[in-house]
Each structure stands twice: as structure tokens, then as C-alpha cells.
Ligand binder design. Structure first.
Ligand code: ADP
Length: 594
């Protein structure tokens, strides 16, 4: 509904009151003026009639008609009054304006009838003869107690009417002037009343648009001033409260965004209301995009979608697992709680996603490890079991068979022992590294390298793959010589193991100001690119049968990796099938550096 401005409500009322007052004054003046003028006219006409009466001689009325008529004409013309003499029977005997003979009987005229009753009669009416408003006064003329005639005097009210019109037009003019002045005054007064209200309205509208730091001007009028003052106080308190709420909200958002867990808020229609930074990263969308969209649009993950549905359906907190399988596999533990408004009505759900990918992977590694160890042990144990049974069978036991079974048992027991040794070694290094118990001390790298070559010497000679060393004398670094040697022995052993007779292995070392770089290069079988990232995993082997036949346990490179990590270094491999491999260890020279 369109609202009218207050000034348009006040102003017309003022105007109406003014117009009514002026109209009332005009009517009153008109009425009083007419009354006054009529009374005066009647008095004057009565006096003129009495004077005329004095001019008549008694008994004239009935006898000398022509004299009376002439007298009427003469005195009437002199006094600008129409004088008519009427006999009691109504016959006109003299008249200023007309020939009495042509005039009709006047006994029916109201003023005449009154005069015939012995009173002064008067009437204001329109004269048909003159076509003007006339005032008539009729006075009885009596002689010896009986009516002789009626003298009627009349004047035209034309001049009075025109005077009245002039007065009317002046009053109207004055009225219009008064109205104009009153209108202007009304307008000014109305504006004076409404302007502070209008200012108040604009100020409050400004508050509504959030401009709560502005203040209303307090006018000097008591009531409006008090309202403005109250509004200002209200705005100040609202402003303070909003600021507090804003600060609390920012704190909440900061906490939300700092959380490592992903937080997702949805309404009952499964539309996203809020996401924190972590949730943005997990879902790969921004809050701006996700807001008001359905969860199905924002996260194309069936686990999450069904979890959201189940939290919305339940009043109790819900827990579940959510996995992302597209791309890099990620696992989350999800917890959902209902959101309620101030009246306790459910309005949506809050879902917290806690990433457990690392735990999940560790758990899988542990499971795989147990399975791998069992699997690795199963073959030698089965084999030992079979040969032992053969030995126990006295009937088929021959010296040759006994010899063969004993050798096999020793070989398989050796494999088991190697496996257990490697496992124990690995777990010892891991445990010590975790407890930071591996001591590092400044030592010569060349000495470690030479010692490793010596350890592998026999095997290298047996395999016909010599090892060549290239290392400056003076390279020193913070190392654990036994462990570093063990790592190099593993690499050199592999290098000679996976090379054909007649090939060569190069062990070299160089130093940068901060690091020592040790390289083991061979010209052996190499490995395909897809295997390389996994070579350092426990039990990972490119060719299981070949590794086993060469006495490998599949743990050598895993041990290397853990030793290098204990030195806070890195190990990498480059390889090409048929051309050879290059293993590079980089360790910091000082245990204080990186
Ligand atoms: P293994 O006891 O089987 O040698 P490792 O952990 O030492 O176990 O090595 C893991 C796998 O990496 C090996 O089975 C082999 O397939 C591959 N490998 C390691 N070193 C080399 C190398 N120098 N040349 C080619 N392949 C290698």
C-alpha cells in the first residue's frame, strides 16, 4: 500500500478548517447585512408613507383620484420611491410608475392584506412589472375609525443587491487572500511538525540499512527529541551487540578454518550452508560455489551423500566411514550431529570429516607385511618339513637321499635365518630411528666405502663382477659407519647379483658443501620404470623367482631406505631395462644441517 506523506494528511485538514471558517463568516455577514438593510428600508419606506399620508387630505382617497395619482407621480419621482394608493377594495387609485386604470386589483398583495388588518405590512418580492426585487411597505390610512386607503411605498433593491454583490466579491477576495495566507502558514506549520519526523524516518531507515554508527539529530521538540534520543540509544546498543556477534562469528570462523578436520553444514534439503577450508580442500570446491547447492552437486561421492542422508534422518549423532577412491585414495572418519534452532527444531546437520588415510595405509601395510612374512616363511618351512619327513622314512632312506635332504634342509634353514636376520635388522633400525637412538659421528666416507667393498669382495669375485671405487680421501660426514656400510653392502650385493659376469660396478662419492652423494652404478639387467617407485617397499621384487634363487629376501632395499632416513638423507633409483641401474644416496654432511 502506498503511504501518503504526513504533510498531505495535516495540510488538507488545516485548509478545510480555514475554508469552512471563511465560508461561515461570509454567510453570517450576508445574513446580518440583509437583516439590517431590510429593517432600515422598512423604516425608511414607512416614514415615506407617513409623510405621503400627511400630503393627502382626509377623504381624498375615495374622491379625487386624479390628484392622488398626480401626487404619487410627483412625490414618487422626487423621492425615487414608488408610491401606490390602494382603496380598501383593492382598486389602485394612484401609482408613481403606472396608470392606475391599467393596474389589477391589489387586495391579494400580502403587505396590502396586512395593512388592511391595521398593521404596517412589508414584503420583499420580485416585481413582475419591473422585473426587480422590491421591498414593499403598506401603511393603513384611517379616517374616523375606518380604513380609507392603503399607502404602499416600494423601492427597488437592485442597488442593494449590487452593493451586496460588491461586498460579497470583496469578502470572497479577502477570503481567498486569507486562505492563501492561511494555506502558506498551514504549510509552514505542517512542515515544521513533519520535518523532524521525516528526518527521524530517514535516520531509522539508515539504521535499517546497517548504518548503526550514525546518530539522529535530536530536535528541540520534547516528544520527537525524546524519540530521537531513544532511537540513538537503541542504535548504539544494537551496534555494540552486532559488533560482539561479529567478533564472535569471526573467532568461530577462524577456529573453523584452522581445524584440520573438514566441517560441512547442510540444511534439511541437503543443501550446503557452510564449508570450512579443510572441507573445501577435501571436496575440491570453494564455499562460494558450494553454498546453497545440493550435496550431490558439490561432492560426487556416494559414501558422503549417503552419510549426509543418514545424519539428516537420525536425531542421534551418527558415525561412519567415507572413502574417496577416484585419484589418490583417501579415507575419512565421518561424524554427524543434528543442528537445531532456538526452539529446538532440527534445521540441518553438521558433519565433521577426519582424515584417517595415514592410519588406514599403516594398517594396510601392517596387514600386507604379516601376509608377506608368512608367505616368505611358508616355502622354506614346507620344504624343511618335506625333507625332514623323507629322512624319517626308514624304508626309502638311502645315503644319497639323506645327503640331498640334509643339504636342502640346511639351505632352507639358511634362507629362513637370512629372512629372520633381515627382519630383525629392519625392526632394530626402525625402532632405534624412532627413539632417535642411532648415534652419528664424524667419520671418513672413503673408509666406509672401502670396508663395504671388502665385505662384498668374495661375492663379487665369485660372480665375476668387479667393483671399482672412486672417492676422494678427505670427505668427512656425520654418519653411523656400521649402518652406512650395511646399506652400501646391500646395494653392492644387488648390483653384482643382478649383473652378468664380466660387467662392472662403480661405487663413487662426491661432496658438496652441505651434502655427500654416494652412487652405485651397475650395467646389469635394470628394472622397468613402473617398478622403480616401489623397489624400496618391503618384499617388493621385480622377479620373485630370480630374487629367491639368488638368495634375496626382498628386504635389502627397505633396510637401505631406513638407514638413509636415519641419516636424514634420501635415496633414489634410476634404471633402464638391459642397461643397468643407478642408486643414489644423499646424506647431509653435518647432523645439525639438513
Ligand atoms: P632382494 O633381496 O630381492 O634383492 P631387495 O630389496 O634388495 O631384495 O631388492 C628388491 C628388488 O629390486 C629386487 O628383487 C630386484 O628386482 C630389484 N633390484 C634391486 N637392485 C637391483 C639392481 N641393481 N638391478 C636390477 N634390479 C634390482
Amino acid at each position: 500500500m502506498r503511504r501518503r506523506r504526513m504533510i498531505w494528511k495535516i495540510f488538507p485538514s488545516f485548509l478545510l478548517v480555514t475554508i469552512l471558517t471563511i465560508a461561515g463568516v461570509m454567510l453570517y455577514v450576508d445574513h446580518e447585512f440583509r437583516r439590517f438593510y431590510s429593517a432600515r428600508t422598512i423604516e425608511a419606506l414607512t416614514a415615506r408613507a407617513r409623510l405621503f399620508e400627511g400630503c393627502l387630505e382626509h377623504g381624498d382617497a375615495g374622491s379625487d383620484r386624479s390628484r392622488i395619482d398626480a401626487l404619487c407621480k410627483e412625490l414618487g419621482a422626487r423621492t425615487a420611491t414608488r408610491i401606490t394608493v390602494i382603496r380598501p377594495d383593492g382598486v389602485v387609485v394612484g401609482d408613481t410608475d403606472h396608470d392606475p386604470a391599467t393596474m389589477d386589483n391589489h387586495s391579494d398583495r400580502p403587505e396590502v392584506r396586512e395593512a388592511l388588518r391595521g398593521e404596517v405590512g412589508s414584503q420583499l418580492r420580485r416585481s413582475d412589472t419591473l422585473d426587480q426585487n422590491m421591498m414593499y411597505v403598506a401603511v393603513p390610512l384611517r379616517s374616523k375609525g375606518s380604513d380609507v386607503a392603503v399607502i404602499r411605498t416600494a423601492i427597488s433593491l437592485g442597488s442593494f443587491e449590487s452593493t451586496l454583490r460588491v461586498i460579497h466579491s470583496r469578502v470572497v477576495l479577502g477570503g481567498v487572500l486569507a486562505l492563501t495566507v492561511a494555506g502558506v502558514l498551514c504549510w509552514l506549520v505542517a512542515r515544521r511538525i513533519t520535518r523532524p519526523l521525516e528526518e527521524l524516518r530517514r535516520g531509522v531507515a539508515q539504521f535499517g540499512r546497517g548504518g548503526l554508527d550514525q546518530r539522529l539529530r535530536v530536535p528541540d521538540s520534547d516528544e520527537i527529541g525524546a524519540v530521537a534520543q531513544a532511537m540513538n540509544e537503541m542504535a548504539a546498543s544494537l551496534d555494540a551487540r552486532l559488533k560482539t556477534i561479529g567478533e564472535q562469528r569471526h573467532e568461530m570462523e577462524a577456529v573453523f578454518d584452522a581445524m584440520a578436520e573438514g566441517v560441512l553444514v547442510v540444511d534439511l534439503d541437503e543443501r550446503v550452508l557452510h564449508l570450512n577450508r579443510s572441507a573445501e580442500k577435501i571436496l575440491g570446491v570453494t564455499l562460494a560455489f558450494a553454498k546453497k547447492r545440493f550435496v550431490q552437486e558439490v561432492a560426487r561421492n556416494p559414501d558422503l551423500q549417503s552419510f549426509v542422508r543418514s545424519t539428516l534422518a537420525s536425531d542421534a549423532p551418527v558415525e561412519g566411514d567415507v572413502a574417496w577412491r577416484a585419484g589418490e585414495e583417501r579415507h575419512f572418519q565421518a561424524r554427524g550431529t543434528s543442528l537445531r534452532n532456538a526452539s529446538g527444531v532440527k534445521t540441518g546437520s553438521l558433519i565433521v570429516l577426519n582424515e584417517v588415510t595415514r592410519l588406514y595405509r599403516l594398517e594396510r601395510v601392517r596387514r600386507d607385511f604379516v601376509a608377506n612374512v608368512s608367505h616368505e616363511m611358508q616355502t622354506p618351512i614346507t620344504s624343511i618339513y618335506g625333507y625332514a619327513e623323507t629322512l624319517m622314512d626308514k624304508d626309502s632312506r638311502t645315503d644319497e637321499l639323506t645327503e640331498k635332504a640334509a643339504q636342502a634342509i640346511v639351505r632352507q634353514a639358511g634362507r629362513l635365518s637370512l629372512l629372520v636376520d633381515d627382519l630383525l635388522e629392519l625392526s632394530r633400525i626402525e625402532k632405534q630411528a624412532e627413539a632417535k637412538e642411532i648415534p652419528l659421528s664424524r667419520g671418513s666416507i672413503r673408509e666406509v666405502l672401502e670396508s663395504a667393498i671388502e665385505t662384498c669382495g668374495t661375492a663379487s669375485e665369485d660372480r665375476g663382477v668387479p667393483i671399482r671405487l672412486e672417492c676422494p680421501e678427505d670427505i668427512q660426514a656425520d654418519i653411523n659407519p656400521e649402518l652406512l656400510e650395511r646399506a652400501l653392502v646391500n646395494l653392492l650385493d644387488n648390483a653384482t647379483k643382478y649383473s652378468e659376469r664380466g660387467k662392472q660396478v662403480d661405487l663413487s662419492c662426491e661432496a658438496t658443501p652441505g651434502e655427500v652423494i654416494i652412487r652405485v652404478r651397475d650395467e646389469g639387467c635394470g628394472g622397468a620404470r613402473e617398478h622403480l617407485p616401489r623397489l624400496f617397499e618391503r618384499f617388493y621384487r621385480v622377479d620373485k623367482a630370480r630374487s629367491r634363487s639368488l638368495g634375496g629376501t626382498g628386504l635389502g632395499l627397505a633396510i637401505v631406505k631406513h638407514i638413509v632416513l636415519a641419516h636424514r638423507g634420501t635415496v633414489a633409483v634410476e634404471s633402464e631395462v638391459g642397461k643397468g641401474s643407478l642408486f643414489t644416496i644423499v646424506v647431509p654432511r653435518s647432523s645439525g644441517g639438513n
